[in-house]
Ligand binder design. Structure first.
Ligand SMILES: *Cc1c(COP(=O)(O)O)cnc(C)c1O
Length: 385
């Protein structure tokens, strides 16, 4: 995926050796609008901050969506600073201080256990408020295709469906359980299956609320809408829209969707200059100013992230410029470990030292999930368009 002209221009304008993330807020706005158009009217669309916590990204998506989903005290502070109209706070290990901060910010908490529900009640009482919470449930059956299944399987997330009755039977003064949180999967590309999952989550919530006397006001179906890093595909939003066309959300129930990846992935480009080219034991390596300490996703998931070559004609040295033609190269980083690989065996028509590799679709789970301090190289530049 070649970057659009304005992104390419921003990359070319950087000082050398080039190493930068470029984020395009127009793409963030476009993705939020496209997703909203695929969801039933009145659905609450939140952005899951963990995908990309750059303050400009968070601020842009906070206004393009209805609010933000956060999963730590740090993300909560970002959301407050971004002026989010609505904040939902999730995550399996919340401290008392984080629960108190969530109550103070007026966030709605997704509770992960009976113990946490009691602690939230205590935090709300201390603040002199009554708060509404959803219980995150690890449901009995498998939910969806995709990676990282979080429900229907042993995980640290949520309350096992078989013990849900005990949590819902707790009668607490300062917290009312008014819904369920059912985030199930990461990176699902099957739109029809995702629509069925959402419809089924609503039905399950209505039935479960009735059975346990929960005054149902919110059903949070999480995120997990996927992009295919190897191809150009994204979960089919037209198919999602038609799959959800008949969805009947009861009056007074707020359907919440809180994706991260599908909103932010396409808005990011990671650019890294080729510092060296070498051939060892029959294999070509392009060594980059950058690597997995900036963009860990391919190493974490074990795939080769596609890139395009941005040719740079300037050559500042008085000797001949090393170059390869029509070969397969491994794009590797500057870290002293053989695991620092962004892509293997990618064909290049021509590649020279000083050219720039541009990795598209790096706006989600790129910089944010990477081990920045390993080897203490300087961070990339960040440019927001
Ligand atoms: C990570 C996460 C999301 C966002 O997931 P995406 O796959 O980026 O859409 C939403 N909700 C919860 C609870 C999460 O943990």
């Amino acid at each position: 995926m070649r970057p659009p002209e304005h992104v390419e221009a921003a990359i070319r304008a950087r000082t050398r050796p080039v190493c930068a993330y470029v984020y395009d807020t127009a793409v963030l706005n476009e993705r939020a609008a496209a997703l909203r158009a695929a969801l039933p009217p009145r659905t609450t669309l939140l952005y899951a901050v963990k995908a990309n916590g750059h303050p400009d990204v968070v601020r842009t998506l906070s206004s393009a969506c209805d609010g933000l989903e956060v999963a730590s005290g740090g993300e909560l502070r970002l959301a407050v600073a971004a002026g989010a109209r609505r904040i939902v706070f999730g995550g399996p290990g919340k401290t008392d201080a984080e629960l108190a901060a969530a109550v103070a910010a007026g966030a709605q908490v997704n509770v992960e256990s009976a113990h946490e529900l009691r602690r939230l009640d205590r935090a709300a009482r201390a603040a002199g408020v009554v708060t509404e919470a959803a219980v995150r449930v690890n449901r009995a059956g498998p939910a969806l295709p995709g990676s990282h299944a979080m429900t229907g399987t042993p995980t640290p997330f949520g309350v096992d469906e078989t013990t849900l009755a005990r949590v819902l039977a707790l009668r607490l003064d300062s917290v009312r359980v008014t819904g369920f949180h059912l985030h199930a999967v990461s990176n699902n590309l099957d739109a029809a299956a995702h629509a069925r999952f959402i419809a089924e989550a609503v039905d399950w919530s209505v039935a479960t609320a009735r059975r346990h006397d929960v005054p149902l006001r919110l059903v949070n179906v999480g995120g997990g809408l996927g992009v295919d890093y190897l191809g150009a595909a994204t979960i089919d939003l037209d198919a999602l829209r038609s799959g959800l066309a008949g969805l009947a959300v009861p009056d007074g129930v707020d359907l919440i969707v809180e994706p991260g990846r599908i909103l932010a992935a396409d808005a990011g480009w990671y650019a890294a200059e080729v510092l060296d080219l070498k051939h060892t034991h029959g294999r070509w390596f392009a060594v980059l100013r950058g690597g997995t300490h900036h963009f860990r996703l391919p190493a974490a998931w074990g795939y080769s992230h596609p890139f395009t070559v941005l040719p740079v004609d300037a050559w500042p040295y008085p000797w001949q410029r090393p170059q390869v033609d029509d070969v397969a190269v491994d794009a590797v980083g500057e870290l002293c470990t053989p695991r620092d690989v962004l892509a293997r065996d990618r064909h290049v028509r021509r590649l020279r030292i000083g050219d720039i590799l541009v990795f598209g679709r790096t706006g989600a789970y790129g910089w944010d999930i990477s081990h920045h301090d390993f080897l203490r190289h300087p961070p990339p530049a960040f440019e927001v368009l």
